[in-house]
Ligand binder design. Sequence first.
Ligand code: GLA
Length: 400
Amino acid sequence: MMDPQRTDPREDARAADLARRFTEVYGRAPDGVWRAPGRVNLLGEHTDYNDGFVLPFALDRAAMVAVRLRRTGEPGQDTVELASTYAPDGKGLSCERFSLPGLAAGDVGGWGAYPAGVVHVLDGTGEAAVPGFEMLLDSTVPVGAGLSSSHAVEVATIVALNDLLDLGLEPTAMARLTQRAENEFVGAPTGIMDQSASLMGRADGALFLDCRTLESRVVPLPLAEHGLIVLVIDTKVSHSHADGGYAARRASCERGASALGAVSLRDVPSGADLTVLDEETGRRVRHVLTENARVLEAVERLGSGDLHGVGELLSASHASLRDDYEVSCPELDLAVEAAMGAGALGARMTGGGFGGAAIALVPTAEEGRVRDAVQRGFADSGLWAPEIFSVLPSTGARRM
Ligand code: GLA
């Protein structure tokens, strides 16, 4: 296996370039550059907010931030200035700014809400008195594809502030704080998987995380050794977890757990009688119970080196998300079916659903066939071309 903490020379070059651009934008050098990856979830969907199990991995695509704290007495001590190389019109910088005193949810819109949310929770929980700072963001995580581009920004912000303000926060504490930023400031009622993957991911491994205790273990995922790749198929169907569908699923699970006399669905045994629930709640609960079981099974198979055997679990997960949990969409189903028809060992939607991306576990030799079949499937249905790329498990957030 490769060195799990190895650095990628291309990322080092990106970091150096970002520091240079920061100096051009703000007229002074940054204090440092930090990187936080996006994630794909291999298995364990909509289980995190049910205290369940997940198996995501950190992507080799990451948000990078160059940051400089404003010094005492400097102008703008109470102000945060943000700039991102991702501009909606494709050129220039997208800039945001906010002032620190009295910062409240709703004050900062757009992408600025992610760093602002982190500042807000650090301040609100008494973890840190955050001074003004300048930030330049550059990200290679596709926006809106369900690969946690927003969590990557939050995680990059918190690891930068953790270092610069010497807060000594552990990864699990940073995961919980960024989850609060997302829930309380951004207004998306999401769980803890995405931040955890970004903070604790490792090269060549998936993160097996117990979302109740935040205990985690890296499960080796030596794809290349087994002649496999993971393809991401970004359907380009946009989704937002601040919209109603995600919150409605969460509410169903809470209703189901309480009707079954459990604190959370984690405590409901897999053989529980679900006929006491209404039909829809029963299906939602069944998804969560079977999905937790699939994660445990996948960890076992990976542990015994059976990477191929994980494929069928991915496909079973997709069917469950499509039929029981109803968070897929026609484009995700199409991507999965086309990939399977062309030789993928398994495929599923990844992330919250309602759009975004699917993943497929594919023998390297079949990559071309799978790509062609998916593109053809979309074209034959009169749809746009999806974006298809392979991803590798990468190391979690860190200072460059
Ligand atoms: C989104 C959320 C996660 C998780 C997934 C579904 O990605 O941010 O917390 O709930 O959906 O598994």
